[in-house]
Ligand binder design. Structure first.
Ligand code: MN
Length: 202
């Protein structure tokens, strides 16, 4: 089992070059977001968990079993790996297969899902995350969470997330969260989201 100690010693690198998501997300944003914000949560978590029983858990177990500062830093570490991993320079723009079927069934259309998630991102006051998540039966939910919140603690499986902390977009879009979220969809790789959903049924 991967323990948090090993997970923390190696920051998960971006699966693409820093400038690969331009012009939608700049290299400068990714340098700040990955190398300072994400890495900062990992460093803080390491400091907080050293010598505690959390040090023998996986990162996901820490997220599920902690609160306070340890939860905040563990969840932010987990959320950011998940966030970076779902983006791609040559993203698949439309979901297909099982996921497409579930989206149509739960929301009517992919456009309606994106519209609702964009609205949820704009309605979330302050910092947080907007998630698409699935229950064990494959039913889909849009989940808005403040701060480090994640649907993992609701017993749901996360499928995709929008980071609506200002640090995710302020360099490129200043206070224009709406534009930032509209541009986010252009680099979201639905192929990745499909694989996350299909893994539920394997
Ligand atoms: Mn972030």
């Amino acid at each position: 089992m991967t323990t948090i100690a090993t997970a923390l010693l190696s920051i998960v690198e971006l699966p693409y070059a820093y400038d690969a998501l331009e012009p939608y997300i700049s290299a400068e944003t990714l340098h700040f977001h990955h190398d300072l914000h994400y890495a900062g949560y990992v460093a803080k978590l390491e400091e907080l968990t050293q010598g505690t029983h959390y040090a023998t858990m996986s990162l996901e177990e820490v997220v599920r079993n902690s609160d306070g500062a340890i939860f905040n830093n563990a969840a932010q570490a987990w959320n950011h790996v998940f966030y970076f991993e779902q983006l791609a320079p040559h993203a698949k723009h439309t979901p297909e297969g099982k996921l497409r079927h579930a989206i149509d069934e739960n929301f009517g259309s992919i456009e309606e899902l994106k519209r609702r998630m964009t609205t949820a991102s704009l309605s979330l006051f302050g910092s947080g995350w907007v998630w698409l998540a699935s229950d064990a039966d494959g039913k889909l939910y849009i989940v808005s969470k403040p701060n480090a919140g994640t649907p993992l603690t609701d017993g749901l499986t996360p499928l995709l997330c929008i980071d609506v902390w200002e640090h995710a977009y302020y360099i490129d879009y200043r206070n224009q969260r709406k534009t930032a979220v509209e541009e986010f969809w252009k680099v979201l790789d639905w192929g990745k989201v499909e694989r996350r959903y299909e893994a539920l049924f394997m």
